[in-house]
Design a protein around this ligand. Structure first.
Ligand code: CP
Ligand code: NVA
Length: 317
């Protein structure tokens, strides 16, 4: 009997958060992502689909409760290049926007599609979607985490600097959705993570003690200079996330956390700068850094395609 579309014979393989999967599974996903990118580099023409079309006949529903450029386009391209299709859904245009439940939406989408990618305004919507969907659900960002982005970020570090294990990543900014996924990734991939966050926007003590209890070097302080010194990668994010409604307060709190040329100069020689984008030059990062020679942000954006091909391949089995 088919295990897809309504059968409960096998639980769907959701990609909800990095900490929900084991290190071996995640390592295999990233290896697959690297291999797909290398293979593609050997194919002439950037829009040539993979001839083996492993996702032929598969449809990914992409549900957005928030705006998106990279997530939307990179998932669409990933599916298309592997022979599959996507359906773009905006929350407010569905009956969801008129009060239909997430659970019923999940049940119905599962009867039409092979997987559901969700960008949720509230992490609980993602969890409910996964609870009631009978096909895999992928986290395309919530107010709490952004695991697809951090998989692409780890891939980008490895591409430029070699294996991530033992590397030092410095985060400058609030402990937001990106930072939380970085903590999960540090634990599962075995690198050191130093978070520099204002006192009011620190990770919870539980999060840090979970990471350290797993044998991982994750530290949080309030000074960017401390986190960045000797780091292999320096990363940041917008000061005001889509789910934040205290923008002016955050901008004040984060004013001392800008990634400047002089700050980046204290990182290791050859250190790279990453930013998930969209960026605000003159706020979280100086233009000369994001547009400078140490920035790998365009590779990082491109790598969303490969990281997500590998994630979808795992989800769809
Ligand atoms: N980095 C990222 O997820 O970008 P979008 O919000 O454009 O999808
Ligand atoms: N922290 C940002 C990430 C955008 C991709 C936000 O949630 O808006």
């Amino acid at each position: 009997m088919s295990t897809r579309r309504g059968s409960s014979a096998l639980a769907p393989k959701h990609f909800l958060d990095i900490d929900r999967l084991d290190a071996k599974t995640l390592r295999a996903m990233l290896d697959h992502a690297h291999a797909m990118k290398k293979r593609r580099a050997n194919i002439e023409g950037r829009v040539t689909p993979d001839a083996s079309a492993p996702f032929a006949g598969r449809v990914l529903a992409m549900l957005f409760e928030r705006p998106s450029t990279r997530t939307r386009v990179s998932f669409q391209i990933a599916m298309a290049q592997l022979g599959g299709e996507t359906i773009l859904l905006r929350g407010e245009e569905l009956q969801l926007g008129r009060g239909e439940t997430v659970a019923d939406t999940a049940r119905v989408l599962s009867r039409y599609c092979d997987a559901i990618m969700v960008r949720a305004s509230n992490h609980q919507h993602l969890i409910e979607m996964a609870e009631f969907a009978t096909v895999p659900v992928v986290n395309g960002l919530t107010d709490r985490t952004h695991p697809c982005q951090v998989m692409a970020d780890v891939m980008t570090i490895e591409e430029k600097l070699g294996p991530i294990r033992g590397k030092i990543v410095a985060w400058c900014g609030a402990c937001n959705n990106m930072a939380q996924s970085w903590i999960h990734a540090a634990v599962r991939f075995g690198f050191e993570l130093r978070l520099a966050c204002p006192a009011e926007l620190q990770p919870t003590p539980e999060m840090i003690s979970w990471a350290t209890s797993q044998g991982c070097k994750v530290s949080a302080n309030t000074r960017a200079a401390v986190a960045v010194r000797g780091a292999d990668c320096v990363t940041t994010d917008t000061w005001v996330s889509m789910s934040d409604n205290d923008g002016e307060r955050r901008k004040k709190l984060l004013a001392g956390f800008q990634v400047t040329r002089s700050l980046l100069a204290t990182a290791n020689a050859g250190a790279m700068f990453l930013h998930c984008l969209p960026a605000h030059r003159g706020e979280e990062v100086e233009a000369e850094v994001i547009d400078g020679p140490q920035s790998a942000v365009w590779d990082e954006a491109e790598n969303r395609v490969y990281a997500q091909k590998a994630i979808l391949a795992w989800c769809l089995g």
